[in-house]
Design a protein around this ligand. Sequence first.
Ligand SMILES: *[C@@H]1O[C@H](CO)[C@@H](O)[C@H](O)[C@H]1NC(C)=O
Ligand SMILES: *[C@@H]1O[C@H](CO)[C@@H](O)[C@H](O)[C@H]1NC(C)=O
Ligand SMILES: *[C@@H]1O[C@H](CO)[C@@H](O)[C@H](O)[C@H]1NC(C)=O
Ligand SMILES: *[C@@H]1O[C@H](CO)[C@@H](O)[C@H](O)[C@H]1NC(C)=O
Ligand SMILES: *[C@@H]1O[C@H](CO)[C@@H](O)[C@H](O)[C@H]1NC(C)=O
Length: 232
Amino acid sequence: MLWTSLLPAFLAVVPAFAQDIILNSAHNATPISGTWSSGSKAVSTGSGFANALNQTFIYPKNTGVSYSFTDDGFYEIARYRFNSNGSEPTCITGVMNWVHGTYDLLGNGSIVMTPFGDGYQQIQDPCGAVSNFIEIYNQTEMYQSWRVFLDPTDGPKLHLFQFDGSPVAPQFQLSATPNMLPTRALRNVTTVTAASKRSLTKRSAGERSWSPAGVVALVVSLGTACAASIIL
Ligand SMILES: *[C@@H]1O[C@H](CO)[C@@H](O)[C@H](O)[C@H]1NC(C)=O
Ligand SMILES: *[C@@H]1O[C@H](CO)[C@@H](O)[C@H](O)[C@H]1NC(C)=O
Ligand SMILES: *[C@@H]1O[C@H](CO)[C@@H](O)[C@H](O)[C@H]1NC(C)=O
Ligand SMILES: *[C@@H]1O[C@H](CO)[C@@H](O)[C@H](O)[C@H]1NC(C)=O
Ligand SMILES: *[C@@H]1O[C@H](CO)[C@@H](O)[C@H](O)[C@H]1NC(C)=O
């Protein structure tokens, strides 16, 4: 079973979430483990997206997000999106983002994802002072809640709600067995090197980096069809 195979440190809270997280059709139809992908399913975690060793990306055909979870506490996220700016419609920023680490399912239904430190993202901004750069991404992410619904045609569908309650685009299950890169740090990243190496580009990253607001923008851009299914 899912819960009994989680990390030992986590066992202390088993009674709490055994009570609170109920796997049934009204709540979470399946466990969260597996690989999930939004929209056209073009984005997937695993070796087809990130080369963590040399910090490069393989660009998917379409934008989207993908999350993977093992049943023993590891996660990986792959995200690709475009940001547009109403006041500068020609300045479309592309962001590729990859991160992995360990996650905790809290008793109150929230999820905390703690990165290993080797996450990174590539920002492409034709109008920026630096139009294309890569920077470290090592953000701990808190999701207020999650739900898996059974879609009659598409099967299990994962809905994640961010720390502020805003939804991540709904994700279909690509596979029940997660497709992920090895679940450990794949590069040695020292905070000092990262800071000094990246200081030049840091200022120009700013709000174009991955942020909850950006995720909302992605959801909005996917259209009202998605918004409608989020409410379900
Ligand atoms: C990065 O690594 C991948 C996988 O080994 C390789 O295919 C790619 O050519 C490398 N890219 C650069 C810029 O070194
Ligand atoms: C849009 O562009 C304007 C002008 O450069 C800038 O002030 C604003 O912060 C940008 N908004 C976003 C969301 O990037
Ligand atoms: C990445 O974030 C985690 C969690 O906050 C922290 O433990 C780790 O030291 C960070 N790694 C780097 C390289 O900054
Ligand atoms: C669950 O607990 C965590 C840690 O105390 C907290 O940050 C989070 O907001 C809580 N979630 C909900 C839905 O109350
Ligand atoms: C990181 O550095 C340590 C110590 O030099 C080494 O043992 C380890 O294999 C390195 N890890 C990676 C992912 O390169």
